[in-house]
Design a protein around this ligand. Structure first.
Ligand code: HEM
Length: 505
C-alpha cells in the first residue's frame, strides 16, 4: 500500500491534532435541532476550527459533533447512516448488555443520568467552544450570533472549570497520549511491532485512513453518480470511485464522570493512618508530582520524544507489579504491551509464548497488544478545585466535581468500549482477580457473591498489601456517542436539500 507522507490537515477539526491547552475556558453545549434548515444555514457560516497549525495559536476554537439522532435530524440519508458502526447507531445506552459491559449499573445506571440516559432522547449536537482566559462569554456570543436560537434548542450546558491541567483528585491528566503517525514513519507489520511504541497509525483515530491492521474502518461512502452534492467530499482512498463522508472525521465519546474528591482522600487517609499519597499514587500509577511509578528513560519508546521523561517507560521490567501495581489506573488503561509476549527472543520461544505454554505463574495471562486499543483523550474538568489536604478534612466542601471525559477514536467498540470494559471495569485483568479499576470502577460483587472492592499492591519483601472495602469514587452522570465530521462533511451536511421541516430561513 502506498502512503502519502504529507498529511493534509485542512479538512480535520483541530481537536484531532490539538488539545487546545492554551485555551483554558470552555463551554460545552448539548443541543437539539429544532429547525433543520436554520441549522444548516448556521452550519454553513460556523467558523469551525481546522487542524492547520497557525502562529500565533488561535485565541478561540469551535468544534461540532453529531449523535446519530442529530445526523437524522439534519437530514442525512438513512442509507448513509447505516454505514456507521453499530455501537454509534445503537448509542451508549441503547442496550442493557452494553450498559453492563461499560459498568453503567447500580448508581451508574442510565436511568439516573442527568442527560443521555434515555436512548430515545440523546442530544442531537455537541458544541465545544474554547477560549483564552476571560474570553468564553464573548466567543459564545459570536458563535450564537446568526440563526442559532432559531436552529437549536439548548438541552444543557455541561459544567466545565479549568483546574490547571489537573483532574479533581489532584493528579496531572493528559500526560500520556498516543503520538499520531501523520507521516507514516512506522510500519504496522506485526513482525516489526514486538515492542511497545507510542506511534499510532492515523486510521486508529481518524476515519478514512489505514489503521493499525492496515485496514480502512468501515464507514459511510457515497456514489457521486447518484448524489451530486457529494462533490464537496474527499475521495475514498480504498475505493476511489466513491466519495468518503467520514474521511477526516472521528467518533467522539463523551462521559460526564462525577468524582467524590473528599470521599477519595478521606478514605485513603483512613486506610493509611494519615499518609495517603503513596496509596493514591499506586492507584493512579503516577505520583502527585506527575512522575510515573516506573523508572523513566530506561526504555526508549519509539514515538515518545526523547525529552518526554514522564512517558519514557513501559512495564516489561515489572511483570509482577512490584513497582507499579498491575491494577493501577494507567497500567490498566494502557498496559504498554507490544505485539508479542514479554521475554520472547527466538522463533521457538516466540511460538511457545504465543501459544500460551511459556507462562511462569498460574495467574499469568496475556494482555492484548496495546496499539489496537489506544484513545486520544480530550477531557475537561468541572467543579471548584479542592486540594488533597483540604479534601482530607472532615468538613471538606462537598460540591459537584468531575471530568467531562472525552476521547476520540475510529472504532468505539475496539477502542473505548474495550478499554472501559476489558481493562478498567473487568474484575479479571492480567492475572488479577476480584478487583476493578481503583479510581473509576463500580464495586459491585460478582454473581458468585465474591467482592471486587479491593486493590492489591505486591511487595517484593513481604505479602501483597491489600486495601479492602474501596468505596465507589466516580459515578456516571451522562454520556453519549457522537461523530465529529471533517470540514467538507460539514459542508455536505449544510448543503443537504431542504427537509420541509420547520421554516426555511
Ligand atoms: C474521572 C475519571 C478519570 C480520572 C480521574 C482519570 C485520571 C487519570 C490520570 C490521573 C491519568 C494519568 C495522567 C496521564 O497519563 O495522562 C490517566 C491516564 C489515562 N486514563 Fe484516565 N481517568 C479517568 C477516566 C478514564 C476513562 C473513562 C478512561 C478510558 C475509558 C481513561 C483512560 C486513560 C488512559 C488511556 C490514560 C493514559 C495511560 C497511559 O498511556 O499511560 N481514563 N487518567
Amino acid at each position: 500500500m502506498k502512503y502519502s507522507n504529507e498529511f493534509k490537515f485542512d479538512d480535520l477539526q483541530g481537536l484531532l491534532r490539538f488539545g487546545h491547552g492554551q485555551l483554558s475556558e470552555t463551554c460545552f453545549l448539548l443541543l437539539n435541532i429544532v429547525d433543520a434548515n436554520a441549522a444548516k444555514q448556521w452550519l454553513s457560516n460556523a467558523r469551525v476550527t481546522s487542524a492547520i497549525e497557525t502562529t500565533p495559536r488561535p485565541q478561540t476554537a469551535l468544534h461540532i459533533a453529531f449523535s446519530v439522532a442529530g445526523l437524522r435530524a439534519i437530514g442525512l440519508q438513512e442509507a448513509l447512516i447505516e454505514g456507521f458502526s453499530d455501537e454509534f447507531i445503537t448509542g451508549m445506552t441503547g442496550d442493557e448488555s452494553r450498559s453492563r459491559r461499560l459498568g453503567d449499573i447500580g448508581v451508574n445506571a442510565p436511568a439516573y443520568w442527568e442527560w443521555g440516559g434515555d436512548s430515545q432522547q440523546v442530544p442531537h449536537v455537541l458544541l465545544l467552544l474554547y477560549a483564552e482566559s476571560d474570553g468564553i462569554a464573548a466567543w459564545r456570543k459570536q458563535v450564537e450570533d446568526t440563526l442559532f436560537t432559531a436552529a437549536f434548542q439548548l438541552i444543557s450546558q455541561l459544567p466545565t472549570q479549568d483546574m490547571g491541567k489537573r483532574e479533581p483528585f489532584g493528579f496531572a491528566d493528559g500526560i500520556s497520549q498516543p503520538n499520531i503517525d501523520w507521516a507514516n514513519r512506522q510500519s504496522t507489520d506485526t513482525h516489526q511491532r514486538a515492542e511497545y511504541s507510542n506511534w499510532l497509525a492515523p486510521g486508529e483515530i481518524v476515519l478514512g485512513y489505514p489503521n493499525e491492521y492496515k485496514q480502512y474502518t468501515v464507514r459511510p461512502l457515497i456514489d457521486p453518480q447518484t448524489d451530486a452534492l457529494a462533490a464537496v467530499l474527499p475521495i475514498a482512498e480504498d475505493q476511489p470511485a466513491l466519495k468518503d463522508f467520514a474521511r477526516n472525521g472521528s467518533y467522539l465519546v463523551l462521559r460526564q464522570l462525577d468524582q467524590d474528591v473528599p470521599g477519595f482522600w478521606q478514605f485513603l487517609n483512613k486506610a493509611t493512618d494519615g499518609a495517603p499519597e503513596q496509596l493514591a499514587a499506586a492507584m493512579v500509577g503516577r505520583q502527585l508530582n506527575d512522575a510515573p511509578l516506573m523508572p523513566t528513560g530506561v526504555e526508549k519508546i519509539p514515538g515518545v520524544p526523547v525529552d518526554d521523561q514522564l512517558n519514557q517507560f513501559n512495564y516489561v521490567g515489572d511483570p509482577r507489579g512490584n513497582v507499579c501495581p498491575i491494577g493501577a489506573h494507567i497500567r490498566r488503561a494502557n498496559p504498554r504491551t507490544g505485539d508479542l509476549p514479554a521475554g520472547v527472543t527466538g522463533l521457538w520461544t516466540r511460538l511457545i509464548r504465543i501459544l500460551g505454554f511459556g507462562l511462569k505463574h498460574p495467574n499469568d495471562d496475556l494482555v492484548a497488544s496495546s496499539r489496537f486499543h489506544r484513545l486520544l483523550r480530550r477531557g475537561r474538568t468541572y467543579g471548584p478545585p479542592l486540594s488533597p489536604a483540604d479534601a482530607s478534612k472532615p468538613d471538606a466542601l462537598i460540591a459537584e466535581r468531575g471530568l467531562q471525559f472525552i476521547c476520540l477514536v475510529a472504532n468505539i467498540s475496539r477502542q473505548f468500549e474495550f478499554v472501559q470494559n476489558a481493562w478498567l471495569v473487568n474484575s479479571k485483568f492480567a492475572g488479577l482477580q476480584n478487583e476493578r479499576d481503583p479510581l473509576l470502577a463500580h464495586r459491585n460483587p460478582l454473581n458468585d457473591g465474591n467482592s471486587t472492592d479491593r486493590f492489591q499492591r505486591p511487595d517484593p519483601s513481604g505479602p501483597v498489601r491489600e486495601t479492602c472495602h474501596l468505596p465507589q469514587f466516580i459515578s456516571v452522570r451522562g454520556g453519549a456517542y457522537f461523530f465529529m465530521p471533517g470540514l467538507s462533511a460539514l459542508k455536505y451536511l449544510a448543503s443537504l436539500p431542504s427537509t420541509g421541516r420547520g421554516h426555511s430561513a
